[in-house]
Design a protein around this ligand. Structure first.
Ligand code: ATP
Length: 448
């Protein structure tokens, strides 16, 4: 079996097409011509992304004693965004074209048009305005009147919901430092140059964890969490050669960070950030103490010292991680007869459908037996009953394309020998097993 390289430049088009064709990801509001940079997850996409989020939640909270969960509101007091600095500095410098009215990020004009004073859209020279700051937060109004007093924002990150709840969580859960708070939720950014499918969207989901520590342990925990986050992707099968560290140089650091390192993934469109690990020092709790008037320092009653906790943040995107897993899993193989097989080699944990059950015919008594087999294994995870037309080979290919690890074929012999064929996605190997043993065999495969 010959393998094609997986980093071809047009690979993205293949992945986008598969995502649409197979019910993973659709453009939002498509029948109305779409809305830029928003995507809808279809029946398989929602299962897949839920699996990514569940794997993160499990690793970050349920498998540990020192991190707890939170689900804060998307809408928050406007003061929060003044304290965090977002109202003032969460901006990109923009230029407008006086000719075609296009708007572009100032730092991307040259890359897009080939010259700093040429419009990337209409190609005119000298029609671009001076750069102006453009805030990336979506505005809305709380209450019946659209007036400044009711102005609030859709959160551009989930982190602030954690900081403002630091004391609530610490006291209600009687947590001693160091401990962390994890949250998964929607965030919104009016990105100027969205693109690359779900890589940069205007509505997306983040998976963030803030770890509160004694300032003396800053380096230790920064190193610890870098290591943990790298491992998480690998444990879910991501290929090491597609991952890279990208430490931030001093002039790249955000206003709140002392040190930051990104995990980059080699997407088909280039090496790009997938997750950031940041040493935010005491910036966040200090600012919220100042702006709210509430002292958010912590008293360590064993060490007998009081301090404002430092924070190590791990900030990942649920959509970006999902896209990276999809890109990593996508493979095309040329089989012996020259036929191409598209297969998503997703880890079993992330695959949306775990097992497909396929009766060879749509007629009784095969249907009854196949349904019984499906019901027996249903508790193991999402199953799909596939009696769609086409020979069994075509049905296998469809399951390969959506990443289903196992197919079970119920044939006429099954009625006599009470056995079925299990076919494995990656090796395409088939073996005959007694129906009575099926549940145990598969349960072994799906013990994570
Ligand atoms: P970028 O430089 O790509 O704009 P950032 O450095 O602003 O990202 P953070 O603010 O650190 O990103 O956000 C943390 C994580 O949230 C990112 O690593 C990414 O996974 C995800 N994320 C940020 N913006 C978007 C977006 N517009 N669409 C999808 N995911 C995003």
């Amino acid at each position: 079996m010959e393998k094609r390289a997986t980093r071809e430049p047009d690979r993205m088009a293949d992945i986008i097409s598969l995502a649409k064709r197979r019910g993973y990801i659709f453009p939002s509001s498509e029948i109305y011509g779409g809305i830029n940079a928003v995507f809808d997850y279809g029946p398989l996409g929602v299962e897949f992304k839920n699996n990514v989020k569940r794997a993160w939640w499990d690793a970050m909270t349920r498998q540990r004693d020192d991190v707890v969960g939170l689900d804060a509101g998307i809408l928050m007091a406007r003061r929060v965004w003044q304290a965090s600095g977002h109202e003032e500095v969460f901006t990109d410098p923009m230029v407008d074209c006086l000719n075609c009215k296009g708007r572009f990020r100032a730092d991307q004009v040259e890359e897009l048009s080939g010259a700093p004073d040429v419009c990337p859209n209409c190609g005119r020279k000298g029609t671009l305005t001076e750069p102006r700051q453009f805030n990336l937060m979506f505005k809305t109004y709380m209450g019946p009147l659209e007036e400044d007093a009711g102005l609030i924002y859709l959160r551009p990150e989930t982190a602030q919901g954690i900081y403002v709840n630091f004391e609530n969580v610490q006291q209600s859960m009687r947590k001693r430092l160091p401990f962390g708070i994890a949250q998964i939720g929607k965030a919104f950014r009016n990105e100027i140059s969205p693109g690359n499918f779900t890589y940069r969207m205007r509505e997306f989901e983040q998976m963030e964890m803030q770890f509160f520590i004694d300032p003396a342990d800053e380096e230790k925990w920064f190193d610890y969490w870098r290591e943990q986050r790298w491992r998480w992707y690998q444990d879910l099968g991501m290929k090491a050669e597609h991952m890279q560290w990208h430490p931030h140089a001093k002039d790249e650091l955000a206003h709140y960070a002392r040190a930051a390192v990104d995990i980059y993934y080699q997407f088909p469109f280039g090496w790009k950030e997938m997750e950031g690990i940041h040493d935010r020092t005491d910036w966040d709790l200090r600012r919220h103490s100042e702006y709210s008037g509430k002292d958010l320092s912590y008293y360590d009653d064993i060490e007998k010292k009081k301090y404002i906790p430092y924070i190590i943040e791990t900030s990942a995107g649920a959509d970006r991680a999902s896209l990276a897993f999809l890109c990593d899993a996508y493979d095309e193989e040329t089989l012996e007869k020259g036929e191409t097989r598209v297969v998503l080699r997703l880890s079993k944990k992330l695959a949306p459908v775990k097992v497909a059950v396929m009766p060879l015919s749509k007629k009784e008594p095969l249907v009854e037996l196949a349904r019984k087999v499906q019901n027996d294994i249903r508790p193991l995870g999402l199953t799909q009953y596939d009696d769609t037309g086409g020979n069994i080979g075509k049905r296998y290919r469809r399951q390969d394309e959506i990443g289903t690890p196992y197919c079970i074929t119920v044939d006429f012999e099954s009625l006599q020998d009470r056995a079925v064929t299990i076919r494995e996605r990656d090796s395409m190997e088939q073996r005959r097993v007694p129906i009575a043993d099926l549940k145990d065999i598969l349960a072994d495969e799906f013990t994570f």
